[in-house]
Design a protein around this ligand. Structure first.
Ligand code: FAD
Length: 487
């Protein structure tokens, strides 16, 4: 590697993190504002204290996303430099190597991310390097919305009301910038392939590749599909996993390949500027993402620690066999298994089914929500430190503004109610496809001749239920009773 300063002074670095896009990227736009040459940097940091390494599904996505980003940046004359290591060391090295006078980044909100960025800002400033940070990933940052008494929100509805008042109409999305000078760069970075982000032996990514096109162009394409064919049905059908009425924007948001500001304006424009129930519902879901970040910022241990301390005394069962059955989609409850197999195959799961499978793990199997959160972290392409943690705690009942613990989803009824025609279950659990709708969500109750005709042999082609629903429900309620009265 040869580290010679780029020729031409006043180089700016844009440090890309969870904002892998060119449009509506405040850090990139600011860096390109005047004449100086711009260098883009991505650091793969899985070693700094507190930084949680990406799960397998997100590593696959990151590889493809960085490939797309490099091509998009090249088209506007900006080289993308890849480096691996602790950001606190790597960034100052790159600053020196390219002779940068300015560094721009979009802010992040995990405790570890904030600590690294704060220390870097101090170090770089001490070296005379200007550091500018921006809001690139939220409609409103967690510290910009407060309760009347100055505190932070623990309940969604008042949070979103206050947040919407503060947001008003978000600023217009920023266009892709046009830097005036390409840097003459004599600094080399890592080769993406050498990071080994893609799975080999075995390569399990076939279903991901069929489902997704990572990168900014893929985000736009998916958004267009949603605007044309999902948004108008969103309010009515967003709970039906086979309806295709949701946006599937979550991985693109998690990697910052599209901004919430862009989504907001796209949805509002599609609603024709009129008040529209589907548009409002969609904006409120973006609001849940904002709320999760609000919680994470103010309660940084959201992913590890019960928000309600009384849950610290809950007697979770360590049950590796049941956990494995859940992970593999072999619980014997069709809607749960369909969800877990959709997750494994595509790296994504419909929200209604996420709630059902999470409730099943925590309540029917009495397995600690942190085991579920960790599995999702590894397998979801949209695994997000705020949304994943907040949602698991919401389902478990241990979170802020959580579902009450005694609300235990019945996996049979959930399947019958939200997958009425059985399309979702038949798609992901094909060995049950021949069962009539009436028995699809409870194959063990089907008369034996019905099962025989459908070629379903319990315990052979499809598992018996790992737990009995009614007994599991009673057991969960009794376990909750033990911590119920604690503060
Ligand atoms: P849409 O319905 O089209 O919503 C648009 C966007 O709004 C989503 O992309 C997402 O950014 C946001 N959103 C929607 N619902 C929620 C919600 N309940 N909480 C927070 N934000 C929301 N979402 C993640 O992005 N990453 C996660 O790691 C994650 N883990 C979850 C774990 C559990 C146990 C549960 C119950 C939910 C989890 N969610 C997570 C929230 C939600 O399921 C997904 O955001 C949603 O299914 C993504 O699909 P979509 O983009 O089609 O959503």
């Amino acid at each position: 590697m040869s580290d010679h300063p780029a020729s031409g002074a006043d180089v700016r670095i844009v440090w890309f993190r969870d904002d892998l896009r060119l449009s509506d990227n405040p850090a990139l736009s600011e860096a390109c504002r005047d004449d100086g040459p711009v260098v883009a940097l991505y650091i793969l940091d899985d070693v700094s204290p507190g930084i949680r390494p990406l799960g397998g599904a997100r590593r696959w996505w990151l590889h493809h996303s960085l490939q797309a980003l490099a091509i998009d940046l090249q088209a506007i004359g900006i080289p993308l430099l890849l480096r691996r290591g602790p950001a606190g060391k790597v960034l100052p090295e790159v600053v020196e190597a390219v002779g940068a006078r300015q560094v721009h980044w979009n802010r992040r909100y995990t405790a570890a991310g904030i600590a690294i960025d704060t220390a870097l800002r101090t170090d770089l400033k001490a070296q005379g390097v200007e550091v500018e940070s921006h809001n690139g990933s939220l409609l409103i940052e967690p510290f910009a919305v407060t309760k009347g008494d100055g505190g932070w929100f623990k309940v969604f509805t008042p949070f979103w009301k206050a947040a919407r008042e503060r947001i008003g109409t978000p600023r217009s999305p920023l266009p892709v910038p046009k830097p005036r000078q390409a840097p003459a760069l004599d600094v080399t970075g890592d080769r993406l392939v050498d990071w080994g982000l893609l799975p080999t032996k075995p390569d399990w990514s076939g279903g991901l590749a069929k489902t997704w096109t990572p990168g900014e162009a893929g985000a736009r394409e998916r958004l267009e599909t949603f605007l044309d064919d999902g948004l108008a049905r969103y309010k009515a059908q967003r709970d039906e996993p086979a309806a295709g009425a949701v946006s599937m924007m979550s991985p693109y948001l998690a990697f910052g390949e599209i901004s919430p500001v862009t989504l907001w304006h796209a949805a509002a424009a599609a609603g024709g500027g009129r008040s529209d129930a589907s548009v409002e519902k969609f904006l409120a879901e973006l609001g849940w993402r904002e709320f999760s970040y609000h919680l994470l910022y103010h309660f940084p241990d959201l992913g590890q620690q019960n928000f309600q301390p009384r849950f610290d005394g809950f007697s979770w069962k360590g049950d590796p066999a049941a956990l494995a059955a859940w992970q593999k989609g072999q619980t014997g409850y069709p809607i749960v298994d369909a969800g877990m197999r959709q997750l494994w195959r595509t790296g994504w799961m419909h929200n209604r089914v996420r709630m059902v499978v999470a409730s099943f793990l925590v309540k029917h199997l009495l397995i600690d929500w942190r085991a579920g959160e960790a599995w999702f972290w590894d397998t979801l392409v949209d695994a997000d430190p705020a949304n994943n943690a907040a949602s698991w705690q919401w389902v478990a009942g241990s979170g802020a503004d959580a579902a009450p613990y005694f609300r235990i989803f019945n996996p049979i009824l959930q399947g019958e109610k939200f997958d009425t025609a059985g399309r979702y279950v038949r798609d992901h659990v094909p060995e049950l496809a021949g069962l009539p709708d009436k028995w699809l969500n409870k194959p063990w109750q089907a008369p034996s001749d019905v099962r025989r005709r459908a070629d379903v042999r319990l315990g052979k082609t499809y598992p018996e239920p790992v737990v009995d629903h009614d007994a599991a429900r009673q057991r969960a309620l009794a376990a909750f009773q033990e911590i119920k009265d604690q503060a």
